[in-house]
Design a protein. Sequence first.
Length: 292
Amino acid sequence: MRPTLPDPLGWLSPSATFDVKGKTVLVTGAGQGIGRELVTLLHRRGAVVVVVDIDEAAAQRTARDLGSRAVGLAGDVADRGRMEEVIAEVAEQFGGLDVVVANAGVTPVPATIRSMDPADFDRVMSINLTGVFNTVHPALDHIVRSRGHVVVVSSCAAFAPGMGGSPYMVSKAAVEQLGRALRVELGASGATAGIAYFGVVETAMTHDMLDADDLGRRINDLLPWPLNVRITAAAAARTIADGIARRAARTIAPSGWQPYALLRGAINTVLDRRLAADSTVHELVRAIERRR
């Protein structure tokens, strides 16, 4: 296993460790991408893994590939009743639940706030934000009982400008706040929670949003180095898994986003003003609105 980069914010996390061996871990959106890589890694580390995905075939295929100590379940995180059933089924089958990773997410069709279809905004929020709540909320009694750990997957997009894709940025900023609240609220119980932030990860969702779409490529081109550095889904999964092992309050990858995370209050004040006056951004916004 490749060593992880040092986390300059690591002092914010407690020194306690968490060994997933023999523990029951549930991951949403685990039929592909980061989720699939994560359940594979945690299974290798000895965990019992519950693979939850809206695509039942993908969830079951992933579980079959892992073999023993893995089960695949269909679960649409936007369906609150179904997620309650999933958590209850897992707790009954395995006698509890130790770790939950709310990873499932989607991206919107590129659009400005003025031109977007409101239904697309609702879709993104129902999965990326409400879906996180629907996953975490029914699991919390079990997490408290086991003194376990929760991870909510936010994004570096939570603190970056959101033109052309604001529903995603809005949802991930809200998930960050949900994770911060969880961290504080769980403190007295001995359970913990953390937030995972990623920049650009090489996944099918990223390729659809940034590579296969002309406007997506133009938005991607606005990212300066090192913010445009991409990491693999496996590297993102390793960041989450290592964060669970140390009960990290936050993990950020790739490392180039760390200074931005620390200084975003000052950076964004300047950046928003510059972007609002930038002719290249103006033309990009017009191009997005012409598409609709």
